[in-house]
Design a binder for this molecule. Structure first.
Ligand code: PHE
Length: 467
């Protein structure tokens, strides 16, 4: 059996290899799986466009602060909960609540995570479909010498065609369910070890191109010079929500993957490593995209189409653009797939463990529901574009509900649970930080800083308080 089989959709009873190899291979497997889950559309598609929409530098600063002060500590807590319980998120929360003699209601946090992951996946597959579709667009040479207007029109034509969007997203749903259903994620996780450096190199090539546009400094300034007058209260909530989204938190994903982690692996080091890789990819994506935006007079706040309009222009201009462009969208699609399997794994695990579904039945059922929800997202870019609830179309509503409400709320509850409910000794032992200052720091952060921070951001965005 592959030494990486522990990741993703392989049942826990197949985890054991020889004890000597287990330690190394599983640590690697976990890092690859967790990094594969974290790095995805969130870094390359979502981060640049929400940064553009929220005015740049100040937003990025708040986002980085959220990763450091909230995201990383919550990630440690989620891995700890998963590993301690060795169960799916709902049962893990229930088991640890029982151990701490707390209410069984805490398993609701696990539930909310599973539902959040599922809802995210319903639009994630549609956007991943855009990436897959662009593999072929790029391969056909359609980007060569494309003008900004033509790139916009090309993307617009894709969005306007619901059948095309649905076909690609259907393919992504089928691929995801196939991988999860067959438990063949091991190969995919292994691919991550090539994909990650490959994706990084391609993004660096894009950054190199961005440098040649003559607008690199303008791009950097937009990304890194904070102008707090551009930061609305909702922007702060978006930054917080994205910190959870990009690190795959509050969605059952990291907790489930954590349940496969052996006892002797450092949760702290692993979490920091995953967060660093994730953040570097997002920042580099921003550094590649904004100089192109300014060089070609595009709008930073153009919305979800931002990378699909800017990057083709760059590929159309650079040497070997067809090769780089095609490779880029291939890698983006695989990065999206490794995130997608982690988004659905908790729901499938839950259906098989709780409802006694066979793995196949669990995959077909969740795939169908996902697909139906995905139709809503597909239509919100064309036929339903003007159908709005609370000023948001279907896609925007699910995105808002998951990233800006359910994830911060889930993170808040995980922080309270891990720092107030779980016995300190248990947390100390699981995190392996000893009794020293590091553990105290983590505990203080989770007890006060994280919960208060999240509540303040919520109240601020709701207009209850004003900072
Ligand atoms: N972190 C993934 C990304 O940035 C998305 C994701 C969210 C994956 C939640 C799993 C769980 O693309």
């Amino acid at each position: 059996m592959s030494d990486l089989t522990v990741a993703g959709s392989v049942p826990a009873d197949r985890l054991t290899t020889s004890p000597k190899r287990l330690q190394w291979s599983s640590r690697m497997a976990f890092i690859l799986a967790a990094a594969g889950s974290a790095v995805g559309l969130g870094n390359i598609w979502k981060f640049p466009y929400i940064t553009g929409e929220n005015g740049g530098g100040a937003f990025v600063l708040v986002y980085l602060a959220c990763i450091l002060l909230i995201g990383i500590p919550v990630m440690m807590a989620e891995i700890m909960i998963g590993r301690r319980a060795q169960k799916n998120p709902t049962d893990a929360m229930a088991a640890l609540a029982l151990e701490a003699k707390a209410s069984k209601l805490w398993q609701g946090v696990g539930w909310m995570g599973v539902i959040t992951g599922f809802l995210i996946l319903s639009f994630y597959t549609v956007i991943a479909g855009w990436a897959v579709s662009y593999i072929f667009t790029s391969g056909s040479g359609a980007f060569t010498d494309i003008t900004p207007d033509q790139a916009g029109a090309m993307f617009g034509a894709m969005l306007a065609d619901p059948v095309r969007l649905l076909s690609w997203s259907t393919l992504v749903v089928i691929l995801t369910m196939y991988i999860v259903g067959r438990g063949v994620s091991a190969g995919l996780e292994k691919a991550v070890s090539y994909l990650m450096p490959g994706l990084l190199i391609l993004i660096l090539i894009m950054v190199g191109y961005a440098m040649s546009t003559g607008h690199f400094m303008e791009g950097l300034e937009f990304l890194f010079a904070p102008d707090f007058s551009k930061l609305s209260t909702e922007s702060v909530l978006v930054a917080l929500g994205h910190a959870f989204f990009t690190l795959s938190l509050a969605s059952g994903a990291i907790m489930t993957y954590g349940s496969y982690l052996p006892k002797n692996t450092s949760i702290v080091k692993t979490s920091i490593a995953v967060a660093i890789v994730d953040t570097v990819v997002a920042l580099l994506a921003g550094m590649a995209i904004f100089p192109i935006v300014f060089a070609y007079g595009l709008e930073p706040g153009a919305g979800p189409g931002l990378i699909f309009v800017t990057l083709p222009i760059a590929f159309g201009q650079m040497p070997f653009g067809i090769v780089f462009g095609t490779l880029f969208f291939v890698m983006l699609s695989i990065a999206a797939l490794t995130s997608a399997i982690s988004l659905i794994e908790p729901a499938v695990a839950w259906l098989t463990e709780k409802c006694q579904f066979s793995r196949l039945k669990a995959c077909v059922t969740s795939g169908l529901v996902l697909w139906i929800l995905g139709v809503g997202t597909v239509l919100s870019f064309n036929i339903w574009e003007q159908h709005k609830i609370f000023g948001k179309n279907f896609f925007e509503l699910i995105d808002f509900l998951t990233a800006n409400l359910m994830m911060p709320l889930g993170g808040l509850l995980v922080a309270i649970f891990s720092a107030w409910i779980i016995n300190s000794k248990v947390a100390e032992q699981e995190l392996g930080l000893g009794k020293g200052i590091c553990f105290k720091l983590w505990q203080l952060t989770m007890r006060y800083l994280t919960p208060i921070g999240i509540v303040v951001v919520f109240l601020n965005a709701l207009g209850v308080i004003s900072l």
